[in-house]
Design a protein around this ligand. Structure first.
Ligand SMILES: [Fe+2]
Ligand SMILES: [Fe+2]
Length: 321
């Protein structure tokens, strides 16, 4: 590792790149913690919650296993990453009981200063009261310093790494599972990417939905993915991590500052069945080599035979993935 490179990135200050570093981010997503009970559906009645409750009972209940998510958490904590990133879908139908249960579960990862969350579409399944819903997770979804009244995008600086959190979670109509950032959030993101890039930070962007067009079906897509892709292309980012698709996806986006690696992690609780990818998390070890950022991705997957997590693949983004 060369934390004080002799050839710093051109046109960038050395504020962020002179400190020695190797930094490891753990990323997981789409926990879909169960169960969804009758009281979850009817305590605050919405038609969409009935549909979501039935979907959980007849389909999702057999696919998402809490014990897998618990095993994933134990494996992440045992590896002692520098920071933990969670890209949403903690809940299923965004009931109050799910949020309370989800908060208790997420808090066991440790202090919110070491754990960053952005919400998923299932965390905004219906329009719900902020104080008893996503507001419970504010400590995990705010930037450094004074909390902003417009929390997204937020920025957390951890050594040479800037973690940038976006919210694509907007309540959708009955059959839709999409998301939207909106023009204000995109404009604020563009400004932050430019500023952080100029200061030499490694920019790790977190979003629930796939950030590029064509990565999922239209009814599940980010409505402004083309515009977001343009912001990323112009402003630059080193890594964009997301969930939502419940499968491993590695894409590249050419940006003004080099390649942005765009990676989807499968669900944290999924079983290995019917073509689904079993529970998985990713570790990103970020370092500098010859004045360039280098990101090693290590896949940690549950072994459906033993029920234990282990490394299944490791390599450099852009070379091996
Ligand atoms: Fe999901
Ligand atoms: Fe999702």
């Amino acid at each position: 590792m060369d934390g004080a490179p002799s050839h710093p990135i051109q046109a960038k200050s050395t504020e962020a790149i002179t400190a020695p570093m190797s930094f490891t981010l753990a990323h997981f997503s789409d926990v879909h913690l169960g169960p969804v009970g009758v009281s979850d559906v009817f305590s605050d009645f919405r038609l969409k919650r009935i549909i979501g409750g039935l979907s959980w009972r007849f389909r999702r209940r057999g696919l998402h296993i809490n014990a897998h998510a618990d095993g994933l958490r134990a494996d992440i904590l045992a590896r002692k990453p520098d920071h933990i990133c969670f890209t949403g879908d903690l809940a299923n139908i965004a009931s109050r009981a799910e949020f309370r249960r989800g908060l208790s579960w997420l808090e066991t990862f440790g202090d919110a200063a070491h754990v960053t969350m952005v919400p998923g579409n299932h965390d905004a399944y219906v329009k719900a009261a902020h104080e008893t819903g996503l507001g419970l997770f504010n400590a995990f979804m705010q930037g450094d310093g004074v909390p902003s009244p417009h929390p997204f995008p937020f920025v957390r600086l951890r050594r040479n790494v800037a973690i940038i959190g976006l919210s694509s979670a907007v309540p959708q109509s009955l059959r839709r599972a999409g998301g939207t950032l909106g023009s204000e959030q995109r404009a604020a993101l563009a400004a932050k990417l430019a500023e952080l890039g100029g200061r030499g930070f490694y920019r790790a962007v977190m979003i629930h939905h796939p950030p590029l067009p064509g990565l999922t079906r239209p009814r599940k897509a980010l409505t402004d993915a083309p515009e977001l892709a343009e912001v990323l292309r112009t402003g630059g980012a080193e890594l964009v991590i997301h969930g939502h698709n419940h499968k491993t996806m590695v894409n590249r986006l050419e940006t003004a500052g080099g390649v942005a690696h765009v990676v989807c992690v499968p669900s944290a609780s999924m079983v290995d069945r019917d073509g689904h990818e079993s529970a998985q998390w990713h570790a990103y070890t970020i370092s500098r080599s010859r004045g360039q950022w280098q990101t090693r991705m290590t896949v940690h997957r549950i072994d459906s035979g033993t029920g234990r997590f282990g490394e299944s693949r490791s390599g450099i983004l852009g070379e091996d993935f």
